[in-house]
Design a protein around this ligand. Structure first.
Ligand code: FAD
Length: 482
């Protein structure tokens, strides 16, 4: 497996076309709103490297016969699904941000493995073989693959084929003897400019007259015609102007690093195309991606809750409040909400089913419930951690205030909590809470929208709940004879 430096060097060499805050980014690796995400993804290498035995981070690939990073693994069992979930919860407290490029990529790899198998079985095509060749390459080279599913979507009430501008859903504009040309955009792509490849697939069910939108492929983010437009949440702007590490709760990793990925007539060589026109498989592909990504996302959010619980507990310690019953109750509530989500997520793996291709998919009811509960837990944890930490989240002084001789003594004296704790440490933990609860980060919105909004999980839960059966049980018990 590669080192974090190997990974960073590979991205440095790619030089994708990226714009942030209206300006062209010459080198993403050095840019203040991308470098933290690069560090977070780099951690996935650091923590998996030199592993001889299987761990949460590393696993033996049945395709290459070698140890690979678990983010590139095709789930071969229910145990693999469970470990994928455990990985998210374990790993997130180390970076407190997002390694989305690797995370969504795992779901895309697994979903494409299943769907290419199904298409070939029906149509006699060779997508699965092509895909497995790509998979082996990605595993051997230890590549970061982002998962590019969400389209720009235009008018949300209209299907792809009925949009005023067809480009709001990515589609094929031309077929050539050795490949295809695609146009459109994939929206909110986590770490897409920091990946070695994007795995692109449809986001919705498609009809026969929408064949051109049924397209899946792998493409490097620096391919000719791809333009990345960087996210610009408010805290990113702060990073452009301030480099004082203490003023950021999570200076090293705390940026999401997503881009809107524009495909302005991009050529995709035939060997990288995994679906082209098979509209009847688009829904299955999007659904399986959703189930797999929600397992990862639910568990990652539990990791965020755990970190928030830890940060709030430190803040309570520093305030001298650690033994107060309402503080303890609030910490217990954060842990309880996180555990509810985590339990459902692991259960979705335990109850996962084997797809005909051999890949395992989490139980749809349990995994959607887990994602829904994880988002709830993030909001509850944010509220409670804010309550525990106090007004210092809003009013903490900056590193420059600490350094200014005219005011430093007031800062030290009047922002202090417990006398045995330095004021600097009290401010540092307040900044981390500020970051974790979404006052200055994208965590709440990313949690509720990443891997699909809550309405989608409610829909799948509705579809997965056998109400007729439950009604029969109830009527029988009540002695109702119709
Ligand atoms: C930080 C971040 C990172 C992400 N990373 C990735 C990634 O790596 N890869 C990827 O593919 N995607 C990614 N996503 C995209 C994510 O999956 C979408 O944000 C999500 O699917 C919602 O799409 P949208 O943001 O376009 O919301 P919208 O479609 O604009 O939805 C807004 C609201 O309208 C509702 N709505 C929209 N359309 C309908 C409809 N037809 N019927 C009923 N209600 C509707 C939604 O439920 C929601 O409540 C990311 C998102 C975020 C915020």
């Amino acid at each position: 497996m590669k080192s974090a430096q190997d990974y960073k060097d590979s991205i440095r060499a790619m030089k994708p076309v990226v714009y942030a805050f209206g300006e062209k980014v010459e080198q993403v690796c050095d840019h203040p709103t991308f470098a933290p995400t690069l560090n977070a993804i780099g951690l996935t290498y650091e923590m998996a490297k030199d592993t001889e035995n299987e761990t949460l981070m590393a696993v033996k690939s049945p395709f290459t016969g070698t140890m690979i990073n678990r983010f590139l693994h095709i789930c071969q069992s229910q145990e693999d699904l469970i470990q994928r979930g455990e990985l998210g919860k374990f790993f997130t407290p180390y970076h407190g941000a997002c390694i989305g490029a690797r995370c969504a990529g795992t779901a895309a790899l697994n979903a494409l493995y299943a769907t290419t198998h199904d298409i070939d079985k029906k149509n006699g095509t060779d997508y699965h073989e092509r895909f497995v060749n790509f998979l082996k390459y990605a595993q051997n080279e230890d590549l970061v693959c982002s998962g590019a599913i969400t389209d720009a979507k235009g008018d949300r009430s209209l299907s792809p084929g009925r949009q005023a501008d067809p480009d709001v859903y990515l589609h094929v504009v031309e077929k050539q003897s050795d490949g295809i040309i695609v146009r459109g955009a994939k929206a909110h792509q986590s770490g897409a400019a920091l990946a070695n490849f994007a795995l692109v697939a449809p986001t919705v069910n498609l009809k026969e007259n929408e064949k051109q939108f049924a397209v899946a492929f792998a493409v490097p983010p620096n391919a000719q015609g791809i333009i990345h437009l960087a996210e610009a949440p408010a805290p990113n702007a702060r990073r452009l102007h301030v480099q004082d590490e203490m003023d950021f709760g999570n200076f090293a990793y705390g940026v999401h690093g997503s881009t809107h990925m524009i495909f302005d007539d991009v050529f995709i060589p035939e060997e990288m195309v995994f679906m082209c026109g098979e509209y009847e498989f688009a829904g299955e592909l999007a659904a399986n991606f959703g189930h797999l990504q929600r397992l990862a996302s639910a568990c990652c959010k539990c990791g965020h809750c755990d970190l928030t619980c830890g940060a709030a507990a430190v803040a309570a310690d520093y305030n001298g409040c650690e033994k107060m019953s309402h503080i303890r109750d609030k910490l217990v509530e954060i842990s309880f909400q996180s555990a509810l989500a985590y339990g459902s997520a692991l259960a979705s793996g335990y109850k996962g089913h084997r797809h005909a291709s051999g890949v395992y998919i989490p139980d749809p009811l349990l995994v959607n419930a887990a994602k829904l509960q994880a988002v709830e837990a993030v909001w509850i944890a944010a509220k409670l951690a804010g309550e525990i930490t106090g007004g210092i989240i809003d009013t903490a002084p900056t590193q420059k205030d600490f350094n200014n001789p005219h005011i430093a003594r007031y800062v030290d004296k009047y922002f202090r909590g417990k006398n045995s704790v330095s004021t600097e440490n009290r401010v540092r933990i307040a900044r981390l809470v500020e970051y974790l609860i979404g006052q200055g980060s994208i965590i709440p919105t990313e949690s509720s929208q990443g891997a699909g909004p809550s309405a989608v999980q409610r829909l799948v839960i509705r579809q997965s709940t056998n109400v007729n059966y439950l009604k029969r049980r109830a009527k029988e018990m009540a002695g109702i004879k119709e």
